[in-house]
Design a protein around this ligand. Sequence first.
Ligand code: GDP
Ligand code: MG
Length: 300
Amino acid sequence: MKTTADFRAGFAAVVGRPNVGKSTLINALVGSKISIVTPKPQTTRHRILAISTRRRSQIIFVDTPGMHRGATRAMNRMMNRTAAAALADADVVVFVMEAGRWTPEDDDVLRQLGRYDGPVIALLNKVDRIRPKERLLEAIATLRDRYDFEHVIPASATQGDNLDSLVHAIESCLPESPPLFPTDVKTDRSEEFRAAEIIREKLTILLREELPYGLTVQIENFERDCERIAINAIIWIARESHKGIVVGKGGRMLKKAGRLARLDLIKQFGQPVHVELWVKVKENWADSEADLLRLGYETP
Ligand code: GDP
Ligand code: MG
């Protein structure tokens, strides 16, 4: 029988400005697509737990929306609050940044950390892009001057480089404890939530410019029998004038999004999946706290 002295468990909040690779990193560490990833900022809108149970530890990663500036819409304020609240429960914080690219938004994140007094690990992500390699050493040195980080770790989430070092660093910051979640569980989120996110991921990738920020996906029906999963989802958009773009000529855009989502959902759920999508308009839903709640955006 394992004694708790052999085992560590706790929460690692992953923070950073949008698009630095927080969700990619977490998925790589958990070995499963828990959080959606796109090349566009503000893809993650919710607090999502991704659980990695290893031989000697259980790390509960808290994926957060990136902290960002100029949050005028209710949704963006909610996203910043969610990111800040994750710090309150964290045993350790992983501050993700792009190696060799420090911006004023990184300064904002650093300022938020002023209110947190636990250990902070700096994760310099995307080192695969850094050339020449000497620049990395410079980046590490300047970082050490900015904050008293527990560890500074260069890594590449997409290449899987140096992620073991990060795991060890996190483990060293966790308290001795038995697992906090069943050891076969990988997330706190339902299959419905994950399906909605995967559909939103495809739309975000396919649609240009501002549109992805104005839409959200709600699962209306999710039915599983022994043969397949049938999903009906509503794509809520904020303006009538966007409908044509989301539906596409002859419904082409919607079909394409549905097809890509279906393929990914089959991969994630390991079962045939049928997807049906509808587009509906709810004027300025992202500006309304009440609409946000109705559409599944919790406010911490
Ligand atoms: P988040 O907003 O911080 O969660 O960032 P995402 O995980 O959504 O990633 C944003 C973009 O950065 C995506 O296009 C990723 O494929 C890319 N990305 C993430 N990690 C790396 C990395 O280590 N190297 C490179 N080259 N790209 C990465
Ligand atoms: Mg993300």
